[in-house]
Design a protein around this ligand. Sequence first.
Ligand code: ADP
Length: 536
Amino acid sequence: MKLRSIRWRLVASYMLLALLTAGLVGALAISLVKRYTDQQEIDYLTSNANAAARQALPLMWPAANLYQLQQLAQTAAFLGNVRVRIQDEAHNVIADSGAKNGPDTFVMVLPPDAGNAPDSNPSMMSILLGHRRITRGQDPALGQLPPGTRYMLVERDDGPWGRRFVFQAVSNTPPSAGAGGGNLAAGDTTARSSRTIIVPVGDATRTIGYVTLSGAPDFGAETIAATARAILVAALAASLVAGIVALFVGRGLTAPLNKLALTASRMSAGDLTVRAHIHSNDETGQLAQQFNQMAERLQSSFAEIETERDTLRRFITDASHELRTPITALKTFNELLRNGAADDTNVRGEFLTESQTQIERLEWITQNLLDLSRLDSGFANLEVATHDAGEMLLAAAGAFRQGALDRGIALHVQTPEPPLAVRCDRARMEIALSNLFDNALKYTPAGGHISVGAASGNAAGTVTLWVENSGAGIDPADLPHIFERFYRGKGDGAHGSGLGLALVKSVVQAHGGHVEVQNDPGQGCRFVIDLPAAAG
Ligand code: ADP
């Protein structure tokens, strides 16, 4: 489990992406919620302030009834769970409900004849018990009421989804002062908004004061905090799911790559036969396909190199053998001559003639080997010129006429009409043709025939030269090898050096041509050379 592997990077990026997306969506959602709750708060405060302003108007004009205005401020503050301040025209505060920082309980003092119901026109006299919950009958403030006062506790319960008023009970038995009093719940910690709304008190023609509402419960902040918490949980869950999905996707992606890496490492360890078996249609599949093609080429190149190395090894063995044979013979003759054989004139003459043959053989082999290596390495300077193909054939055949005549072999040269011109190094091409004539003469039985000729090639811009002879033809087992260096036919004995056809092939290829043999076992064979024709 490498942390820097593609799989884990994929997991990390998926998770990060999920978190970022959730974060963006969350920020957008929170800003929308905030706009909505802000607007709700403004609407709420404004409508409460307008209601209070409407009620304050008759209490401020013509003279301000401060007691009733205070009652109004407290009642409005209780009902709206806000701080209510009433100011005169000069912005002096004439009534203030006090700061709001918790739930409060309102005591409505009921007229002595009123029923128990809260809607039976209770007196506006009220006591605000402040920001604490009370257990009925145990608050010392209630003890301040005159004995026999009927009152009702109204408790307000605020929540983000609305407000609830609980009318607790009616009593006319005030508790004894100081009794209990400790059983009060702690003041709540409702967050308060800092928004303030001021509306004028008056009518269209004049403003006689202002009602200011502030300190409303900050339900918006609570809603936003709850939304943020929900978004955070959703973001974490989404990123977890994204991570799990990425794990699976990553495995699908990296498994073929791992397979490919394993194949490559097995190849680098020397096994060129392995292939990546990945059958997907995506980029990895293409990569594997390319990899397999590369492996295929590599394998065949190695096979070629191995074949070439074997050929070279065989060539060196053959060449050293071929060179060693005449040298050994020469050494033997030399020693025999030194050890007294020279005294016998006949033996000496025989040894010298044989030595001459071996020296010529050595010369022939070394000359051909040199030619071959020059041609193959591209160092041979070909003196290419335009020559008449027929004339060249006649010149090369000339040297073999007498030999053919001596052996009763008919030699026929078919010159093309009209004449054909070829581009070649004449001296080298005549050597190649001579090798073919030489073989033809060697392998044609007495009474047979040799026929040579030239004609336009099958391919445009080429001239074909051929040397054909009757006879046994070439053993099919030898056919694939006859152009190899030092290869001699199985039943050939020690006839030649096995370099003749190799030289023909090298000369023809150096001219950009092609040589092949058409074999007819029992009837003879025909060597065909294709050369580039001279332009025009
Ligand atoms: P060499 O110089 O020994 O003849 P070559 O390279 O010329 O070697 O020929 C290779 C082999 O090809 C020969 O040993 C022979 O078996 C076969 N060969 C070449 N020319 C002919 C031919 N005209 N007829 C039959 N066999 C031939």
